[in-house]
Design a protein. Sequence first.
Length: 500
Amino acid sequence: MKKLQYFAGGKWLNSQTERYMDVFNPSTGEVIAHAPCCTKNEVEFAIESAAAAFPEWSQTPVMRRVQVLYKLRELIDQHMDELTELVCRENGKSWGDAQGDVLKAKEGTEHAIAAPNLMLGESLMDASPGVDTTIYREPIGVFCGIAPFNFPAMIPMGWMLPMCIATGNTMVIKAASMTPMTCMRIAELYQEAGLPDGVLNIVTCSRNEAELFMTHPKVKGITFVGSTSVGKHVYALAAQNGKRVQALTEAKNHALVLEDAPIARTAAGIINAAFGCAGERCMALPAVVIVESIADELIEAITERAKALRVGPAWYKDTEMGPVVTAAHRDFVTGWIETGLKEGAKLVLDGRNYIVPGFEGGFYLGPTILDNVTSDMTVGTEEIFGPVLCIKRVKDFEEGLTMMNENPFANGSVIFTQNGYYAREFARRTDGGMVGVNVGIPVPVGMFPFAGHKDSFFGDLHCLGKDGLRFFTESKCVTTRWFDEEELKREKVDSWDGMI
């Protein structure tokens, strides 16, 4: 069985740990690798390696830094099928979803290639007589990225890393122990693209060792994606130690469906959003609020489409929904289904005990639909992170919007309607940070921020877009004055000389 290494100082190293974590192929249930639970000393070595690489990398002209990203982009294209299959085999996404994961990593790389333009400062000549003021954006130092299991390519290698290193910083990534191999393979491609030693470092470890990220004096910032409880802890501890933080946390995205929404098209959009990636994404659509007058018709259309979804091994090209990531997570999601039934929800479609012939050991769940879910049910409020769709019924737009905004999470929100007035009102009044109008998964492209609100995000600057650029840089304001011959003869200098 393959024992994975960690990556620090430009070298792949064997861990001295006695603890290794299983990496599964969710489609078969087989263990395919063991990831090291790196020791505290090994995590510290990765941080020190990043710190040692920072001075030279930060002084490398930005136009030269992004050349590495140009090369990396081409290598991603060349290895697209290999990376897609790797995501399939360690995460369980269907081929199409896995390829999308890799393409989003490529998109983040392409966005970061624009760093020379994005890092342009501002200036004002004669801010005062003879005085010019210029603002520069500069790198800060070592950043640490704590990545989740659900997007092993996009999040660490598309969101966290490209803009960090393009702006002149260095990084240590804690890859998800359940899905570390994609991240590690792309690190090898970065080496091939010419990234200097120490600029990127990758470890796998437990939360105990990762605490060092939040307390080490050479770490300047943390970018985190994961649960709200852990995100709050990361945010509080890192901020207490003077670090900047962006923590992207849980979601319970809702869609509001009005009575003028086209049934077939809306059902198709909901199916894709609710059950794509087996529901294991923070921009999934696990809750749909439907105006009562069309509820029965729409639920029937959604159910028929859900029954027709092809559930199977991730790498089969005709699979539409793969397994969830582990047996433990399958049991977790199953527990939520049972909780919903105890709370009074109606089971419309049951995905428990789903068997794929020939792959009986895989971690499969079928699409599950719960109707008559209410806001006082935990199943309708908390994140499930699986292929479970909760249906809530309301009488009109106002009741639906109020119900949605009562939820503590506000990552994304969606409305399905052909009414421009209600679409505009929804966009203006919803709490969701990313809003879709007839778009079930309103994830913006990389030049816009991934902007969750409320308990879905902790920090001041979001991931990606101009926010991402600001997060990984700090501004320096330089005021300059030059003297003519007469001014040089002056012996007295007023404390406000030249500034008024």
